[in-house]
Design a protein around this ligand. Sequence first.
Ligand SMILES: Nc1ncnc2c1ncn2[C@@H]1O[C@H](COP(=O)(O)OP(=O)(O)OP(=O)(O)O)[C@@H](O)[C@H]1O
Ligand SMILES: [Mg+2]
Length: 222
Amino acid sequence: MVLTLDEVKKDFSQGEEVLNVLKGVDLNVSEGETIAILGKSGSGKSTLLSLLCGIDDATSGNISYRSNSLKNLNSEEITDLRAKHIGVVFQQFHLLEHLNAYENVLLPLEVNGNSDKSERVDYFLEKVGMSHRKSHFPNQLSGGEKQRIAIARALVTHPGVLLADEPSGSLDENTGGEVMDLIFDIVRDERMSLVLVTHDKDLAKRCEKIYHLENGVLSLED
Ligand SMILES: Nc1ncnc2c1ncn2[C@@H]1O[C@H](COP(=O)(O)OP(=O)(O)OP(=O)(O)O)[C@@H](O)[C@H]1O
Ligand SMILES: [Mg+2]
């Protein structure tokens, strides 16, 4: 298994109140498998993704990447795991504003000490159709272009799994469709697993399995 979640719970404290967002999530993602997670706004999809990539801790339960429990890793080791093996396309892109498009995509390779593999930057910029915008800074790019750069950045390290949060959410239908075609093509070509978070049922159908996140638990659609 690439990712295993066992009884994962996540609470947020808001003053006196405790918000139980995830109430016992179980999930297995196998090698090369594509899964979609459908759920209403506020159901906890982005929260779940932030636990999967280790940027936030579960309140209880266990998350493992290829049998390594995230609990047994310190924060440096988690950063290293994410940098090497987990590609993330965030809902809000999170590009670094002071780096241009090329530098944003190169950054994960630099973090991994793999700056010598910079031909991968050109390869993925080409794949996402952004070779002509290499030296543009994020504030000089359209929303769809930023999304493409975020996708190239997530893929450049050849992660075992790609986590994508509404990757076509802010795009028009045509551009969104193209971005999704691109993600599915690359995931298949590079034999990655995909966890796609969305509230778009048609998009979810392109994945091998569909899960629904509702009332804090995941259930598999049959
Ligand atoms: N850091 C936080 N502190 C307190 N509450 C939070 C925090 N992060 C998220 N929440 C709450 O947890 C719930 C789930 O949020 P989340 O962002 O995971 O939803 P989502 O399913 O991704 O929604 P959307 O489809 O709108 O992106 C929301 O009610 C939100 O207000
Ligand atoms: Mg969200």
